[in-house]
Structures are given as C-alpha cells and as structure tokens.
Design a protein around this ligand. Sequence first.
Ligand SMILES: *Cc1c(COP(=O)(O)O)cnc(C)c1O
Length: 368
Amino acid sequence: MIVPFNSFEKTNFEIKDEIISSFNAFFDSNNYVLGNSVLDFEQNYAKFNNTKFCVGVSNGLDALHLSLKALDIGKGDEVIVPSNTYIASVLAITFVGATPVFVEPFIDTYNINFGKIENAITNKTKAVMPVHLYGQAVQMDKVIEIAQKHNLYIIEDNAQSQGAFFNGKITGSFGDINGTSFYPGKNLGALGDAGAITTNNEELATRIRALRNYGSEKKYYNNVIGYNMRIDECQASFLNIKLKYLNNWNNLRNEVAKYYFKNLNNIGDIKLPICAEKSTHVYHLFVIRTAKRDQLQEFLASHGIQTLIHYPIPPHLQKAYSFLNFKKGDFPITEEISDTCLSLPIWPGISEQQLDYTISKIKQFYQF
Ligand SMILES: *Cc1c(COP(=O)(O)O)cnc(C)c1O
C-alpha cells in the first residue's frame, strides 16, 4: 500500500467541476488582474477570519514581508520570532533589513515559549511574530500581555493555521496585522501561489493595497516605492470556492489526529503532540517525536509510507543565516525538535485502511 504524505484526491479532485466552472468564469471575465474574484475573496476571507480587512497578496512570504513594511519596521529594528519556525517567517524579517531575535518553543506544543519572550526584548525590539506552528493556535493572551507592556506590534504568521482558535477567537485576528499563505499544501490552498494579510486597521490595509501594487493607490501615481505582489485573480476565484469547505476539511484533519492519538498512545518512545489549554488545532501537520526518527522514517518509506521532517535544520543553523553567528547548542529545544520530529501523513479524506496500515507499520517498527 502507498500512503502519500499529502493528497488532493478528497479536496481539489472532489470539487473539480466547481473549480473548472470558476476558471471558465475567470476566462470569460476578460479581467485577469485584481478583478471581482479578488474583491470577493478578500471580503469572504475577512469575514471568515473575523477581521475588518483582508488584502490578497502573491504568497505567504510576501504577506509577512509587506506586513513588516507597512509597520515601518526596518534596519536597526529587532523582531522576535520562534526559533523553530519555517524559514519564511525569518526571511520576511530579513527582507526589510530588521534582525530576527529567536525565542525557543515549548517542547510539547512546539509553539513559542511566552515565558522566554521578555528576556529577548531590547530597546530595539519593535514587534513579535507568533507563529501558529503545525496548525495549533499560540497562547495569544500571554503574547498580547507582553506586547502591550513593552509597546510592541504583533504580526501573526497564520500560514499553517487557518481556522484555528485561541480562547474562542480565530487566529489571524489577534495581531496588528497578520500574514497567511495559500500555498497548495496549506489547509486552505490555492492551485498555485497566493497569500493574504488580515487586519482591523484600515490605514495598514490601505498601505498594503498600495505596496502590493507598485506603491500606487491611483493608477500611474506612485506615492511609495512598492512591489508587484498582487494575488492572482484566477487563484482568488479558486480560493473563493475552497473557503466554503475549509471548516469541514479541518474537521476531517481533526478526526485523523484523533485516530492517531487513540492508536499511537504508548508506542515505543513516541511523543505525541500536545494541545495547549484554550488552543485549538487544525492539524496542518501531525508531528510526533522519537529518538529513532531517521530509522522510523526509513522503515516507513520502505513500506510505502511517506513522512516528512518539519524542519531538518532550524533557521539559526541555516547557511543563509551564518552571519548571525549562531552555533549548534544555542537553541537546544529547537535543535532537539529538529533531530527527533517526524510528520505523519494527515489530510482530509485519508482512508481508515491507510491509517491502520501506517499505525501497524509504526507498531511493527518498535517491536524490533
Ligand atoms: C508556508 C509558510 C509561509 C510562507 O508561505 P508561502 O506562501 O510559501 O510563501 C510562512 N510561514 C509559515 C509558517 C509557513 O508554513
């Protein structure tokens, strides 16, 4: 049996007819950039995300980059970010010339250890970028408390957690301005690259609208030096359709997670992910930890079960960031996660047979 790491068989493929007819409507519209589908999607996503504004952009990295830019964060400024995040959060900070300041996560939830944020604050700190990693909402009350006390902006990286909640409030609605990604594999994925920012601040939304479009609010009048970082009209039309299914697909992911929890309890040295109090999880990824990670991955692969590592090298040890002068051992919890984490297949519609097979192979591995 083959168990792919991810599959669109029960998502994109099941709604193919709807997607094709929206493509036809897009084609016939004669309006291929920033047309009605973008406007519709921005309204729909703002509503879904319980924010006043949504501005569609080219991808998640650009969403974070533009968010920092709109807040005037740049050279000489510091931005606090979890040390175990995906590289894109860090790249965005670097793009505007600011310095990423890493804070370790909790070993069990994988989300930022808010108890360590204050120690990382200096007089250069301008913002904190919580990342709802793997799909679990960060304990935002703690982050907000610290940010308010030290007068810092909050920029949520909501790329992995569309539809997650903390204390009844949806992720992507806490920060001053927030970025998300609709990369195909994300919980809400386009059929190509796309992203968005969400905010309740009209001035910031207006700035992003200009920045994504050459810095112009009125065609051919450029008030600031902007970019071409527009969301694609065609992708927006697909996202409009897929958004209707997102909650349902997130529920299916939760059912898969439940199945893993029930069946992988007390197997070998496996540590299952922990969900914090008041946080919900949309299981973008199901990440376990084991000291025998590499052997387990290889064993599963030899039986047709694909797994991935998120992420094998933490940002502070990436070659691209050697200029920050970190070394192995500087962020031990992050490094421990990198060395032991394994993401199991999880997607809406993965079959019970595929799950049973995966679970039985994991059990078999630990019987050696
Ligand atoms: C995917 C991702 C991004 C970047 O999104 P892209 O659309 O691929 O640019 C940023 N942050 C996190 C945490 C992500 O998982």
